[in-house]
Design a protein. Structure first.
Lengths: 316, 385
């Protein structure tokens, strides 16, 4: 009896589609990154590593890497910490937990582009609600004293709030110093609810008896039990949450496109926005592909780190 | 070592009462077993002693000192959980060290990294290592010290859980069905080991189980609980031979005690399934009663014998050392179980009609409320003329 060939027909379509839609484009991009091709041109020249040389030598691209890495390093730790903190608080609630879950999860479900526009209004330096609120505290002595630190005896003009009251409040998205921080803030606001849900799921899988064993063993304070049981038992969740958050923050695009378009002076020129600007706006497909390949390598490294940790450190 | 006392302890969850006033006086160094079917409140009782749950009312005291307001770790008790509850991310050695680290090291000495700089930590850690070593030698788990719980078999995990309880030299051990996750042969083996350990440590053991065999084999005393009530507290022999309640009689012993409906007349004589029993009730209470007969208290008789029950053999259960006959009487749904020696049990086949009679003096009589009645054996004179 000959062996049936049916299995090829089962896996064939999936493999074919994966090659066509996922693998092949990566190779096409890798090839294009070695050319000066533009859409609409009839031909192109092989220019070797020239695009990559530009990428690692020109100032605007080093600003791109700085912006992307700063964004990731701001958003990942803060959104993970907030996610874990809020999950722990919510899971300790007897009533009202569902309400908080819904509130914190709302930004995750909302369309980021629409939310970005709302934030743009809120952050408008002249009519925005953020600066309005900040400004309204300047002539209320108690709030002024608290925020400027003068109640502790410091000179109010040395503090951020005191001097801002004296001169003016930041332009936020229009200010090179604040723009990336503001984008990161929106990113955190949007992402931490997702991390919270992942941590809540992780917390439910921690056996109750472990907490009771810890109590019997003498872990009296909540902090001791957190250190002995909760934190280590969440190991697999940590790895997943951190990896997902890192990859998602590398991918930040909507807010940058809607609010700053990479500016001011390229302070928010993150990688995916650079890809879009070079490859689509300026029709420099070669350069865009080169950025894409570097981006892919970053994501690949993150994924490998995750695989390493899943296999080694957090495997009980 | 300590004596533990509970008085009038009740517990209810949202209006649903799970323990209705339990009084227990556990002696120093005693092996006491709380036994009962699942949901009877035995685990809750243990958790209240441990301090993991707070009683709704009543008092718990250890060595005469009330511990109602004392947190679990300060009660100086150690607990072995059904799931073992070992810390999966720590090695066996670290698991054993955890209770000692939490008890002996100060907050700063336990602080990650910084703690290692404190000079006082070193000598304490040496002491802790030594105690872990002693316990692991006692339990023969030294080769496992570097492994993690995930790499151990069920029996090994059980030992480690026991070790983690032992390192602190607690005043008493609380065990919540510690053997129920083991396979049958290992369970029997661990029963003997736990008994030996109790003799060696001479510490109070409070042991919760739903398995009456575990309770009978290991305990000094057994507390039988059902539906949140403590029904009987006594030695295994007493609980087996002298059950004070029909529920205790049915729960303790395997196979179950046979319960037959009977009737009491105004003189205190009992008739049951066509037999009149040799004996008389001390306080005659005419009306229906239940007669309990253990399988070993029925003997096979010849066909013509007076005072015998007869029925059809429906099932013959051969355990090697004993044979149990399940005999169904005519017009009755449930079977009577009779124990016989294997040699005496060869000829009978399912479908045969068997005859049996109770061993004089052995039937137990329970009133309509399930309480045991005082039934005195009077040799053959009990029959009405």
């Amino acid at each position: 009896m000959g062996r049936s060939k049916a299995h090829y027909w089962f896996v064939g379509p999936a493999i074919f589609l994966m090659l066509l839609l996922l693998i092949a484009p990566v190779f096409v991009a890798a090839a294009l990154s070695m050319t000066d091709y533009s859409l609409g041109n009839s031909g192109f020249n092989w220019i070797g590593w020239e695009n990559y040389e530009k990428l690692f030598s020109r100032r605007s691209y080093s600003k791109m890497f700085t912006a992307s890495l700063t964004y990731v390093l701001l958003v990942v730790p803060i959104s993970v910490a907030l996610g874990l903190g809020s999950a722990l608080l919510i899971s300790s609630l007897r009533i009202g937990g569902e309400l908080y879950k819904a509130i914190f999860f709302l930004p995750v479900m909302a369309t980021l582009l629409a939310m970005a526009i709302v934030w743009e209004f809120a952050l408008n330096p002249i009519v925005g609600v953020v600066n309005d609120i900040l400004r309204s505290g300047c002539d209320k002595s108690a709030i002024y004293a608290l925020l400027s630190g003068s109640w502790l005896g410091y000179d109010p003009l040395d503090s951020w709030y005191g001097s801002a009251c004296e001169k003016k409040f930041p332009l936020w998205l229009g200010d090179r110093q604040y723009a990336l921080g503001t984008i990161a803030f929106i990113g955190i606001w949007q992402a931490f609810g997702f991390n919270m849900v992942l941590y809540l799921a992780g917390l439910t899988s921690v056996p109750r008896e472990l907490y009771q064993a810890a109590q019997m063993d003498g872990a009296d304070s909540a902090w001791e039990r957190f250190k002995l049981v909760t934190w280590p038992m969440l190991g697999p969740t940590h790895v997943f949450v951190i990896t997902i958050s890192s990859i998602r923050s590398f991918q930040v695009f909507d807010t940058v496109e809607a609010l700053t378009e990479g500016g001011p002076s390229k302070s928010t020129y993150v990688m995916v926005y650079a890809m879009f600007e070079k490859g689509v706006r300026q029709n420099l497909l070669g350069m865009g592909s080169a950025i894409t390949i570097v981006f892919l390598i970053f994501v690949l490294i993150l994924t490998l780190v995750q695989v390493y940790f899943v296999n080694r450190k957090v495997h009980y | 070592m300590a004596g533990i006392a509970q008085s009038g302890v009740t517990k209810s969850y949202g209006g649903q009462s799970v323990i209705n006033g339990v009084d227990l006086d556990i002696h120093d160094g005693e092996f006491l077993t709380l036994v009962g079917p699942s949901g009877c409140g035995k685990s809750t009782t243990l958790r209240i002693i441990a301090g993991l749950e707070t009683q709704s009312s009543g008092d718990v005291s250890i060595d005469g000192v009330s511990v109602n307001e004392t947190r679990p770790s300060l009660r100086d008790l150690a607990m072995v959980f059904q799931s073992y509850a070992l810390y999966p991310h720590l090695t066996v050695r670290q698991n054993l060290m955890t209770p000692l680290r939490l008890r002996d090291l100060s907050f700063w000495e336990r602080f990650p990294l910084l703690g290692h700089l404190l000079p006082s930590r070193r000598s304490k850690m040496v002491q802790i290592e030594k105690e872990v070593q002693i316990v692991s030698e006692t339990l023969k788990i030294e080769p496992l010290l570097a492994r993690k719980p995930g790499q151990l078999s069920g029996g090994q995990r059980q030992r480690v859980a026991l070790g983690r309880a032992m390192v602190r030299n607690p005043a008493a051990f609380l065990m919540d069905e510690p053997l129920s996750n083991l396979d049958a042969s290992l369970r029997v083996h661990m029963r003997a080991e736990l008994s030996a350990l109790h003799k060696k440590l001479k510490t109070t053991f409070i042991y919760v189980t739903h398995d009456q065999a575990e309770a009978l084999t290991m305990s000094d005393r057994i507390a039988v609980m059902m539906d949140g009530d403590l029904l009987q507290l006594g030695s295994p022999e007493e609980v087996y031979q002298n059950p004070q309640d029909i529920r205790v009689a049915e729960f303790i012993g395997s196979p179950k005690m046979n319960i037959l409906p009977g009737h009491c007349d105004e003189f205190g004589h009992i008739t049951c399934a066509g037999l009149s029993l040799d004996g008389v009730l001390a306080n005659p209470a005419p009306g229906p009663v239940s007669v309990g007969l253990r399988p070993e208290h029925l003997t096979l008789t010849d066909a013509g014998a007076a005072q015998s029950l007869s029925g059809k053999l429906t099932y013959k259960e051969n355990l090697g050392s004993d044979v149990f006959f399940h005999v169904t009487q005519e017009g009755s749904e449930s079977a009577i179980i009779i124990r016989a020696q294997p040699l005496a049990a060869t000829p009978q086949k399912p479908g045969d009609t068997l005859h049996c009679a109770p061993v004089p003096g052995k039937p137990l009589v329970f009133g309509a409320d399930g309480r045991r009645l005082d039934f005195n054996h009077v040799a053959s004179s009990g029959k009405l003329a």
